[in-house]
Write a new protein. Structure first.
Length: 149
């Protein structure tokens, strides 16, 4: 599983040491900067709750504006756009829907499926990394089953 860890720090050595320690305790290792970036691509991400809106309603309206993809899982619809079209698509969709999340995000090219125990171990590792003040975000390519999300 690839983890991209975004940090903002005033002490690079301390943060690097803290991250390395958590990764090694969790069975991982710290790669060189950029060593997993090729596994993710920048895309516009707009998320809608399927408790508020019907899936077919979102799909029909989103396809009118020319989105790249629509992914449905965990009671959410994720509308994927190019970064260049993000503002145009978001403005169009806002005329009918209220989004839960709207951002330019790093999306995994391929997701990795693991067994339940392995998934729980990775989730715990991500949570420990996110507990550090200097860690802004942890992005991963793990496929999390609906029963664990």
């Amino acid at each position: 599983v690839a983890l991209m860890i975004k940090c903002l720090t005033d002490n690079k050595n301390r943060t690097s040491s803290d991250v390395k320690s958590v990764l090694s305790k969790g069975g991982g290792s710290l790669g060189t900067p950029g060593s997993v970036s090729y596994m993710f691509y920048r895309k516009g991400l707009i998320v809608y709750s399927l408790e508020k809106y019907r899936e077919d309603e979102i799909m029909e309206f989103a396809l009118e504006v020319g989105v790249e993809d629509i992914l449905v899982s965990n009671n959410e619809a994720e509308v994927i756009t190019s970064p260049d079209d993000f503002d145009k698509v978001l403005s169009f969709l806002k005329t009918k829907f209220k989004e839960e999340v709207a951002e330019i995000a790093l999306i995994p090219e391929n997701k990795i499926s693991l067994n339940k125990d392995q998934v729980e171990k990775i989730i715990l590792l991500v949570e420990k990394l996110e507990d550090f003040d200097d860690v802004q975000e942890v992005i991963h390519n793990l496929e999390i089953p609906e029963e664990l999300s």
